[in-house]
Design a protein around this ligand. Structure first.
Ligand SMILES: C[S@@+](CC[C@H](N)C(=O)[O-])C[C@H]1O[C@@H](n2cnc3c(N)ncnc32)[C@H](O)[C@@H]1O
Length: 268
């Protein structure tokens, strides 16, 4: 079953996904390494923001990256070519209708995809069929309920909640990070191991303030302006105040915290 992708497929969102990926590269990828010769499926690769790191960190793995959006895949292909990546094949495919042979991958990698699906357990269970016995899945998701910051302004919380509600209306779940353990268990995986990864940004870490607070998180909320106002979930004045309050956390005395959740589980 497909969902409306709340962030849309536009150039600004593509840049945000790249910013997100490059800022979070160590936090999210440092412990994802596959043995030489492994076959890896990246499900929902989008514009390839994670693909490049996966491919560079695992030059001897054979990676197949799929996405439902041909437009995103074209961008991903161009990015991979410009980075001289040779161990990735991109394919248009729907997670819910895959034509690979059962058990054909040693490992599956899924990042920031489940949050957009109304049936994440079904997606995980389907993916499981394509992992060889003893193979693994890695799942990374955020959780917008984990965002806290200084100054703690009501409008900032309201505008974040607006994204949570909007995503819920579209069938997704912006607070799915905390559910990775039960979702993977329900989908039949074993040895599920979840590790929370906190991003912390203050003025002593200007690259995190720019890369995460402003260009990843606040840019994501700014990106839902039109759909939020059209949905009637929030009025323009509060929306603007919320965005201003989020940018305020990026000033000299501001602080921003957010937690991602990374799960690794095995397929029996
Ligand atoms: C937020 S993007 C994440 C992209 C990438 N994993 C990253 O971390 O930058 C979510 C992606 O999932 C893709 N997607 C959503 N539903 C899908 C489905 N049923 N099958 C394949 N891809 C899907 C969307 O097209 C979108 O590119």
């Amino acid at each position: 079953m497909k969902n409306a992708y709340v962030h849309g497929y536009n150039q600004r969102e593509n840049i945000r996904l790249q910013d997100q990926a490059s800022t979070l590269v160590d936090l999210l990828h440092s412990d994802t390494t596959f043995p030489a010769g492994s076959s890896v499926l990246e499900a929902g690769c989008g514009v390839g923001a994670q693909t490049i790191t996966l491919a560079k960190n695992n030059p001897d793995a054979v990676i197949t990256s799929i996405d439902i959006s041909e437009i995103s895949l074209e961008e991903a292909r161009q990015k991979a070519a410009s980075e001289k990546i040779t161990n990735v094949t991109f394919q248009q495919a729907d997670i819910f209708n895959l034509s690979f042979e059962p058990h054909s991958f040693d490992h599956i990698f899924v990042c920031f995809v489940l949050e957009h699906l109304s049936n994440p357990v079904e997606a995980l269970a389907i993916l499981k069929k394509f992992i060889r016995p003893g193979g693994t899945i890695t799942v990374i998701e955020g959780d917008h309920g984990s965002a806290y910051f200084y100054p703690n302004r009501k409008a900032a919380n309201t505008v974040i909640q607006c994204l949570v509600e909007l995503q819920k209306k579209g069938g997704g779940n912006a607070m799915i990070g905390r559910e990775l353990y039960p979702l993977l268990v329900k989908a039949g995986y074993q040895s599920v191991n979840v590790s929370p990864r906190m991003v912390y940004a203050d003025a002593s870490k200007p690259e995190m303030v720019e890369g995460f607070t402003k260009n990843t998180f606040t840019a994501m909320i700014e990106g839902i302006r039109e759909s939020s106002l059209n949905s009637g979930l929030i009025d323009e004045k509060i929306f603007n105040q919320g965005i201003k309050a989020l940018y305020r956390t990026a000033e000299h005395d501001g602080v921003f915290c957010y937690t991602f959740f990374k799960a690794v589980a095995t397929c029996g």
